[in-house]
Write a protein of this length. Structure first.
Length: 128
């Protein structure tokens, strides 16, 4: 079974959805034993994250990085890793489909992996 990890990146500022996401992350941790880390990131860390991880995942999996139109700042982001390799991120957007962080976490709690590309093999044995 793969070792999954969730990393919750929270850009500086007021994000009302952050509290709900943290409650869901705790539920996933307690129920499915998937660890998570939370990091509050500044503008430089956002740029590093985009350059070092998100752009390649975005292009490879054909999913859009959700960021503000004006400043290109990130929204709260959940990075999913399997065996220390980044496999996807949330929120995900492709054409008219979107999966929020909350949708993904609620899906996990209900035994479902919600993703716009196939990552099911990474979750084998998680729901047993």
């Amino acid at each position: 079974m793969n070792k999954l990890k969730l990393e919750f990146y929270l850009p500086q500022g007021n994000w009302p959805e952050a509290a709900e996401i943290e409650v869901l992350l705790e539920q996933v941790k307690n129920t499915l034993h998937i660890d998570y880390e939370k990091s509050i990131i500044d503008e430089k860390k956002e740029q590093d994250l985009k350059r070092d991880l998100l752009w390649s995942l975005s292009v490879f999996n054909r999913i859009k990085i959700k960021q503000s139109r004006k400043g290109k700042s990130l929204y709260p982001l959940l990075l999913v890793s399997s065996d220390s390799k980044e496999i996807t991120f949330y929120p995900q957007e492709r054409v008219k489909e979107e999966i929020t962080i909350q949708d993904f976490l609620r899906g996990l709690l209900n035994g479902e992996v919600k993703c716009l590309h196939d990552i099911s093999k990474e979750f084998v044995g998680i729901f047993d």
